[in-house]
Design a protein around this ligand. Sequence first.
Ligand SMILES: [Zn+2]
Length: 376
Amino acid sequence: MALSRIKGQDHAVGLLRSAFEADRLSHAYLMHGPEGVGKETTALELAQGLNCEAEGLEACGSCRACTMAGRLAHPDIHLLFPAPRDLKAEARAEILASYQRDGYREEDYGRKTAIISVESVLSEVVAGANQRPYVGPWKIFVIADADRMTDEAANTLLKTLEEPPEGTVIALTTSRPSALPATVVSRCQKIPFSRLPADVIEEILLADSRLGFDERRAKAAAALAQGSAGLAVRTQKEGLEAELGKIASLMQGKSVRGVRSLVEEAETLAFRLGRREQVKVLDLMLLWLRDVLVLSEVSASNRTKALLYGKHRRALESQASALDFATIEGLIEKVDGARMAIERYSNPSIVFTSVLLDMAVARKRASTRRDGEHAA
Ligand SMILES: [Zn+2]
């Protein structure tokens, strides 16, 4: 890999290239944008390109520095990432290896909190920055998901950001720049990353045969992924159709037989899934409602549009005819709000109970109305 192979982020890569060409690389970058769009990969490519023995910023991929960087074993390239405090050394090594193997990946530790500790900032960044490069000329520190630094870790990093030693580049990545202390943000040059167009995601998914996509699945996963190749990869791993089947039955209230079972279903979502998985469930619920919305509009062109939940077309059609437009829109808003609430760490049990209840009420009203019409 080299910087030129980063897909769909021409603006971000262009900023880095022109800074390098003008000999004005910043000591600190904040690469911000949605999850799974290539921020860490870009930071690591920058690190490899800077240390490559060939001229310019494009890594040759075959020199000694590139070989070491490719295995993340270059002594001047450091990668920090959030992890639970009790993560075992082997697990850490495995994650480190997968950053290199599979750039569009995300770790989900379920309900364990993953943090970047002050100890790791001290031992990797502070100590490393104060040494001369081993192989040189650059020392690069990539801090992935930097918003997960503890306050103490951020404060410690701040000192290095204030007086960066010569030849040091610190690249922070984050999908939540507002969660970083303003003092840290103000010392970094910002590099914005954008959501990836679906066709670019498709291309990324198909380019790597190890990911196991065929064209149909790549298209479906890309459509689902909302601009994030990382999300698309995760969806595939977890079994796309099975996933869609589960959401379809959830949206039809198949296992709901009353308030008690509804609460149980909400609790399962709240307590068995990690936060990222919960967001994904809500995303898939939204996409179900979008399909219903498409079918509820009478125009013929809409009726032939490809649906994500195509296999469940009958159920979609029955909801589309039973629910009126305003109700579907109301549900979309509700699920969207729930998604934001989960991202802001609201109580997932309350969020899911409320969403499932709204769905159930809408279905109930629709069926009562339908029965009323039949009676009349
Ligand atoms: Zn090289």
